[in-house]
Design a protein around this ligand. Structure first.
Ligand SMILES: C[S@@+](CC[C@H](N)C(=O)[O-])C[C@H]1O[C@@H](n2cnc3c(N)ncnc32)[C@H](O)[C@@H]1O
Length: 199
């Protein structure tokens, strides 16, 4: 078993070397604080990358909690498996490889905490599929909501990002339905929403 400080350093070095986007240091206090206060037993993550956020969550959870995490890219799945294997948290983590939105059809939950950090244009579809899988009072966190500030541009969003930005607005509209969710939008960094499901 490798010391966790060494694991974090190795993961950051790997992410730098291979340009893998992982949670930034400035986001960690909010992210870890959320997990620590929610104390979820069943966690779903879409967008494992190399397992950095997965391990950040695992290191805040009780040992009998379980995280299911989905990643599309097989090289990243393999890197995550190596890093997770170095830690005492490996038995808490189930890795799935494939498209997060499609794989939701094979899962049933119930999830106490969901971290959406895969393709931003898929958040609204993923949320719709997730509704029947959410435990009462489940927390849903979604990262990169500002989408490099393209969320705020009106009319001049570069063509290749237009669909994703439109879908992010749709996602925010879904989360803004106060009959279903209480939502806070943390706008620092690239923006993260945190919502409590009222179902
Ligand atoms: C921002 S990174 C995730 C970072 C990670 N959560 C962390 O903070 O350590 C987004 C990841 O989503 C993955 N991804 C992209 N499309 C996906 C899809 N359709 N299903 C699952 N994962 C996907 C990318 O390969 C990438 O590794």
């Amino acid at each position: 078993m490798t010391d966790m400080n060494e694991v974090w350093q190795m993961m950051k070095a790997y992410a730098d070397a291979y340009a893998v986007p992982i949670l930034r240091d400035a986001e960690l206090p909010l992210f870890r604080g959320l997990i620590q206060s929610a104390r979820p037993e069943r966690v779903l993550e879409i967008g494992t990358a190399i397992g950095y956020s997965t391990l950040q969550m695992a290191s805040c959870l009780d040992a009998d909690s379980q995280i299911t995490t989905i990643e599309l890219d097989p090289d990243r799945v393999a890197a995550a498996r190596r890093f997770i294997g170095m830690t005492p948290f490996r038995s808490m983590i189930r890795q799935l490889q494939g498209d997060g939105t499609a794989l939701l059809d094979t899962l049933s939950g119930p999830w106490d905490f969901v971290f959406l950090d895969g393709p931003k244009g898929q958040y609204s579809r993923q949320l719709k599929k997730l509704l029947p899988q959410l435990a009462p009072q489940a927390v849903i966190a979604a990262d990169n909501i500002r989408y490099h500030d393209m969320l705020y541009i009106e009319g001049t969003v570069p063509h290749k990002h237009r669909t994703a930005v439109g879908r992010l607005h749709e996602f925010l509209t879904l989360l803004g339905d106060t009959r279903r969710f209480d939502t806070v939008f943390f706008e620092n960094g690239d923006g993260m929403t945190v919502s409590r499901w009222k179902g």
